[in-house]
Design a protein around this ligand. Structure first.
Ligand code: SF4
Ligand code: SF4
Length: 372
């Protein structure tokens, strides 16, 4: 299997520039016709985490989604756009807020695209996935390039988690609470649902304690396109200063033959990889223990720990984190939210669900002492 991935520079979210850059990224890998048959039904899935403005870089930027939509319209596709964001349950009013504030509603209105809810599910293997996958001929995934406190980063493979309907995502966090198991579960979804095409928004990416508001936007000025999610994620990990096989989803997916993780075996088009590697890209605080030698981790794993903690000045007591916690480890007290660390599985769903950057990462004493 040969994987062709393109990397194209794009300095900002100007509508014309994003369209030209996205078109170039697709032309470099053979053009949209190589992946999608004209006049087909296509589900476009951005990464929408919160009801929040595009400037925060938490959700895929609407102009990248618009560019993909326009290219699909050029080949007369019928387009459905949707995601299963972090609204915890089938609270349609919250979902509408996500679509409106992320800019997706406006794009759909302006481009004549149907905005859909993932409210109907069909069990596929062990996952209740949106039935829009059945309705459509193709899935086009449009992730955001960002860090992730639990999986280190979120790119092509992680974006597919949003295809799981409603609150079952919380259930999966509880069931697969170890990072290794959670990563394998994400690869199970990839195995079940292979996108025909993935276009990644890395124009403004998110570094630090992503994928939510605790991360920090960083101008990376790049767009990526390809069919192979493993190859795309491998390229992203190198750009952020990691090795491809340091990311568990990439390693597992490559092991199962779902794509190529060997950078030398990936055919790169557009920018040269060495020219776009980001210097001092800030990883999530939780990721560092995975980068020290495994024997050291084994010796110290009970002592090197990361927990969520609240920054009370930023907390509005909205309770989103309480709803998001799969183990009910958070409660509302008089002074605000409180954590029960005996119940906490360090999944950082609470950090992900907080729109106010009020949940930070706390390190155990040993992690602090040895500088992790
Ligand atoms: S920490 Fe964030 S999500 Fe939790 S109650 Fe405070 S503002 Fe809301
Ligand atoms: S408190 Fe936060 S990190 Fe701990 S289990 Fe709940 S959501 Fe996960």
């Amino acid at each position: 299997m040969k994987s062709i991935i393109s990397i194209v520079k794009c300095q900002d979210y100007d509508q014309q520039r994003v369209f030209q850059a996205t078109k170039k990224a697709l032309d470099l890998i053979g053009g949209i016709n190589s992946f999608i048959k004209p006049q087909s039904k296509v589900l476009v899935k951005p990464n929408l985490l919160l009801a929040i403005e595009p400037e925060t870089a938490v959700d895929t930027h609407p102009e990248v989604v618009r560019a993909v939509v326009k290219l699909l319209k050029e080949i007369q596709c019928h387009i459905y756009l949707g995601d299963g964001p972090n609204v915890w349950g089938n609270q349609i009013e919250n979902l509408e807020g996500v679509y409106r504030r992320s800019g997706m509603k406006q794009i759909c209105d302006e481009e004549g695209v149907e905005l859909v809810n993932f409210d109907k599910r069909r069990w596929r293997k062990k996952f209740p996935l949106t039935t829009w996958l059945d309705h459509c001929d193709y899935l086009v995934s449009v992730p955001k390039f960002k860090t992730h406190s639990f999986t280190v980063f979120s790119g092509a493979i992680k974006n597919l988690f949003g295809l799981v309907c409603g609150t079952y995502k919380t259930e999966l966090h509880k069931q697969y609470f170890k990072r290794e198991d959670f990563s394998k579960m994400l690869v199970d979804i990839l195995e079940e649902v292979k996108p025909a095409l993935t276009v990644i928004d890395g124009i403004i990416s998110l570094e630090g304690d992503g994928p939510g508001t605790s991360g920090k936007p960083r101008h990376t000025g790049l767009l990526f396109a390809g069919q192979d999610c493993v190859a795309l994620d491998s390229i992203l990990s190198v750009i952020m200063g990691l090795k491809a096989d340091e990311i568990l989803t990439t390693k597992e997916a490559a092991k199962r033959g779902l794509g190529i993780s060997d950078i030398k075996a990936i055919e790169l088009k557009g920018e040269r990889l060495e020219n776009v590697i980001q210097r001092l890209f800030k990883l999530p605080a939780t990721s560092l223990k995975y980068r020290i030698p495994q024997p050291v981790v084994e010796l110290a794993k009970k002592l090197i720990k990361y927990y969520p903690c609240v920054e009370r000045d930023n907390c509005t007591k909205c309770a989103s984190c309480i709803k998001a916690c799969p183990t009910k480890a958070i409660s509302m007290q008089k002074k605000g939210i409180a954590f029960n660390y005996k119940k906490c599985i360090a999944c950082f769903c609470c950090q992900e669900a907080c729109s106010n950057a009020a949940i930070k990462t706390k390190k155990s004493i040993l992690a602090k002492i040895i500088g992790l």
